[in-house]
Design a protein. Structure first.
Length: 200
């Protein structure tokens, strides 16, 4: 089964990193602001886009401060996948090795999630190092950013949401007087997607 893998150096103690990747409060500082815990069921829900998308996580193996593993229990392609956060001491900090493992297939969705995990891990690093970047999305996040007029059509530029949240690429959808909301997961290239049929 295919996996997503990343590694990033974090200039912070392993205990601080572990708290950020193994607790609801930790998740809310770099992943999603909308985090709820069901202690009886031993699950944590992460909500996105006003809960249009909810991922339910359950702890699988905890070996603080080095390892935190969890299983995702929801999502068409996420259900049954595993999150693994492993830290190892390096140069007065820690190397974090991350895996989102056990995908059923290598799909475009997996590829777009790989992009988002890269952004998330940089937010995690910044948070652990005391820079407090905040979570990638808030509960009422709507990914519309700007409106301009291009060739007599309204250009609504929205942040794409591959997998979980935004990346640095902007998707510009050209339509005529239509409000557009980015779907929960879109996969795009660096080129502009033009829905009006006009060249861009």
């Amino acid at each position: 089964m295919p996996d997503i893998r990343h590694a990033i150096f974090i200039a912070a103690p392993a205990e601080r990193v572990h708290a950020l990747v193994s607790t609801p409060r930790g998740f809310s500082q770099w992943w999603s602001e909308d985090v709820t815990e069901n202690k009886a069921a031993h699950t944590v829900d992460l909500g996105f886009f006003n809960r249009a998308t909810v991922y339910q996580l359950s702890p699988a193996r905890m070996a603080p401060p080095q390892t935190a593993e969890g299983i995702c229990k929801s999502g068409q392609e996420w259900s049954g996948t595993k999150f693994v956060f492993d830290t190892a001491s390096k140069n007065a900090g820690n190397m974090l090795r991350f895996a989102h493992a056990d995908w059923k297939a290598e799909t475009d969705y997996l590829t777009s999630c790989n992009t988002t995990w890269g952004e998330l891990l940089f937010r995690l690093k910044a948070c652990a190092e005391g820079k407090a970047p905040g979570p990638l999305t808030s509960p009422n996040y709507l990914p519309m950013t700007s409106t301009t007029n291009v060739s007599a059509s309204t250009s609504l530029c929205v942040d794409p949401c591959p997998c979980l949240a935004v990346t640095v690429i902007t998707l510009c959808v050209f339509v005529s007087n239509v409000a557009v909301r980015a779907p929960d997961c879109v996969s795009i290239s660096s080129s502009t997607l033009n829905l009006s049929g006009e060249s861009s």
